[in-house]
Design a protein around this ligand. Structure first.
Ligand SMILES: Nc1ncnc2c1ncn2[C@@H]1O[C@H](COP(=O)(O)OP(=O)(O)O)[C@@H](O)[C@H]1O
Ligand SMILES: [Mg+2]
Length: 288
């Protein structure tokens, strides 16, 4: 499996801290997939993202971008950050200017793009993230969900190959979360590798093609969501819960599961139950 980004034996502690935030971390992000990085608070997810864009440098080990160790000279980092976009958890850390339109175009202007192209790209990003009606609204009038989408638009406008999102759905209501996920899926469909750090296991289960589980600065589990969630006991020991839908599914009697793979969305669950209905009512009728 091709890795767009890899950590090899990466150790790192924050200045002034005795404690290692990453402890010989080995992990890779598969090219082209939607990956969820899970793990409880303090397991090192955000630190890993800061390593990925070279904001921090490993004390030991190396971070590799497409199989080459990243270099830390300013011009190399500038080039790296054209390939990797990081959306911080708190949009306030990312939004600089007064309106979505100005904020998104600022990054493009910084990258040296022509005014005509800046305008086109900004308008198209606003459209992709359903922000067109808000283009000229002062940012401090926007909801958190809207701000998160503006921050994402600003990063996406630079067309990274790898998009890292730190807790993108934290504190969002369900509708804002859905909008954000739809936007991410459109971005992924355009060929971008999309990675999110989250401790929402329901979201990871429904959304990801690939999962990494972190604990105390190491990656302790990886695989497809189906593979990861088979390790129920290990997840519980790590303080992580099972997705609600999977728990409900596993609690069903065998004849209702009907040998099907567990559904990953409520929609799939309803479909599976719907398909069963005739035979269930037939057997119920038979019993009478
Ligand atoms: N700025 C910082 N200064 C010192 N320690 C930090 C800082 N940020 C994170 N840490 C520590 O690094 C470890 C990993 O944290 P973090 O990467 O933020 O985890 P996560 O994103 O999974 O919640 C934790 O022990 C945390 O306390
Ligand atoms: Mg974090």
């Amino acid at each position: 499996m091709n890795a767009i980004l890899e950590a090899r034996d990466v150790s790192f502690s924050y200045p002034g801290s005795e404690h290692e935030a990453l402890r010989g971390l080995n992990m890779h992000l598969p090219t082209g997939k939607k990956t969820a990085i899970c793990g409880h608070n303090g397991s090192g997810k955000s630190t890993l993202f800061l390593q990925a864009v070279g904001i921090h440098k490993p004390e030991r080990g190396a971070v590799l971008w497409n199989d080459s160790p990243i270099a830390y000279r300013p011009k190399d980092l500038k080039a790296l950050r054209q390939h990797i976009g990081l959306v911080f958890q708190d949009p306030e850390h990312q939004l600089i200017l007064t309106t979505p339109y100005e904020d998104i175009s600022y990054g493009l202007r910084n990258a040296g793009m022509q005014e005509d192209d800046i305008r086109k790209r900004t308008l198209s990003m606003l459209e992709t993230l359903n922000l067109t009606p808000l283009a000229d609204t002062p940012i401090h009038h926007l909801s958190l969900g809207q701000k998160k989408r503006v921050a994402l638009a600003g990063v996406m406008a630079l067309e990274p190959e790898l998009l890292l999102l730190d807790e993108p759905t934290a504190y969002l209501d369900r509708i804002s979360e859905q909008k954000l996920i739809e936007a991410l899926d459109r971005i992924h469909a355009n060929g971008v590798t999309v990675v999110m750090a989250t401790h929402d296991m329901n979201l990871a289960y429904a959304w990801a093609d690939w999962m990494l589980v972190m604990d105390r600065g190491q990656c302790v589990l990886e695989g497809t969501p189906a593979e990861v969630f088979e390790r129920k006991d290990q997840l519980l020991t790590l303080g992580l819960e099972l997705p609600l839908l999977l728990e409900v599914w596993q609690s069903l009697p065998q004849y209702l599961q009907n040998g099907d793979a567990p559904p990953r969305s409520l929609q799939e669950f309803k479909q599976l139950m719907h398909q069963l209905q005739p035979s269930v009512s037939a057997s119920a009728g038979h019993a009478r």
